[in-house]
Design a protein around this ligand. Structure first.
Ligand SMILES: Nc1ncnc2c1ncn2[C@@H]1O[C@H](COP(=O)(O)OP(=O)(O)OP(=O)(O)O)[C@@H](O)[C@H]1O
Length: 303
């Protein structure tokens, strides 16, 4: 029998009145994957996470974890979560908070190990109420990992962290995932998704608009477009362009070709040498942010 995916969302929707916060999402995430849910404010990242964890009830469709209900997976200690605004008791110390959660699970990590993994050993005896925003996030990470979960779900885990704290956080997370665990994290930051995830799912208005490896996503959202008109250009021209190194996509309409590439100089040189009569040449840079906005404001699908 084949292993069930760690997460399986099937035709999942969540409506609030007339708003479809999650709009017919189907997604499978397997063991050992590190997946970023990327999208602007209101894209549906938190709602998708809530549905996957069984914290919200779908309007339609299903969410399964490890082939069963989210609740069964959570009760079985297979899931650790770090959600936006997830509260810790202010009067407890960091170590006490972690110990409390450890006591509720069958196979927890030793508390000291969870503290170390989240890099909070030095603040373990501090009360939660005295922590800075970034320290609080790390304490919440310690609480999420102490149950020794196979799946970690993190909603904007680095939101309150400065650059240094982010670095430390991702370093500790890397250690954690090197052991074949699955991690899903929501973020606004393309660079964070790129450097940490091995798969990026971009959400926009409740829908999946891209789902691919970071390199593929970056190829779509970076680079330049070389455009030119070639009178009497044929399908052969398109095939030649597509075969050039660094070319990601070629569009052809009424004699006008648009070539999306990360080697615009190379493309232009070849094109001029091959078809010297081209005219109306344009080379347009697409910034990461522009392209990301374009991707999340249309229903264009990468995969
Ligand atoms: N309980 C609720 N009642 C009504 N609308 C809601 C509720 N929860 C979320 N929404 C709406 O659903 C949409 C998706 O919200 P969600 O929080 O999932 O987005 P997000 O991608 O996580 O955004 P952010 O990056 O700002 O956290 C938003 O338009 C939000 O206002």
């Amino acid at each position: 029998m084949t292993e069930s995916p760690v997460i399986r969302l099937t035709d999942l929707s969540k409506r609030f009145g007339t708003l479809a916060a999650v709009d017919d999402i189907s997604l499978e995430i397997g063991r050992g994957e590190v997946v970023a849910l990327l999208g602007p404010n209101g894209a549906g990242k938190s709602t998708t996470i809530d549905l996957a964890l069984g914290l919200a009830t779908p309007s339609s469709g299903t969410a399964e974890l490890f082939g069963g209900t989210p609740r069964a997976a959570i009760v079985g200690g297979r899931v650790g979560a770090m959600l936006q605004g997830g509260a810790l008791l202010p009067t407890m110390t960091v170590a006490q908070s972690v110990a409390l959660v450890a006591a509720a699970h069958n196979h927890p990590l030793p508390v000291a190990e969870a503290l170390e993994r989240a890099r909070v050993t030095d603040i373990a005896r501090q009360r939660v109420s005295s922590l800075s925003g970034g320290q609080l996030q790390r304490a919440r990470f310690a609480v999420a990992v102490v149950s020794n979960p196979q799946l970690l779900i993190l909603d904007e885990p680095t939101a309150a962290m400065d650059v240094e704290a982010r670095h430390v956080f991702w370093e500790s997370m890397r250690e954690f995932t090197s052991q074949g665990r699955t991690v899903v994290f929501a973020t606004h930051y393309l660079d964070e998704a790129d450097s940490f995830a091995d798969r990026i799912v971009i959400l926009s208005r409740g829908r999946v608009v891209a789902d691919d490896a970071p390199a593929e996503i970056k190829a779509v959202v970076t680079g330049r477009v070389v455009a030119f008109t070639l009178d009497n250009g044929t399908a052969d021209v398109r095939a030649v362009l597509e075969a050039l190194p660094g070319v990601h996509a070629v569009d052809h309409r009424a004699g006008r070709f648009s070539v999306r590439t990360d080697d615009s100089d190379g493309v232009l040189r070849t094109v001029l040498a091959t078809w010297p009569r081209i005219h109306d040449i344009e080379v347009v840079a697409r910034t990461m942010d522009d392209a990301f906005l374009a991707l999340t404001s249309t229903k264009e699908t990468v995969r």
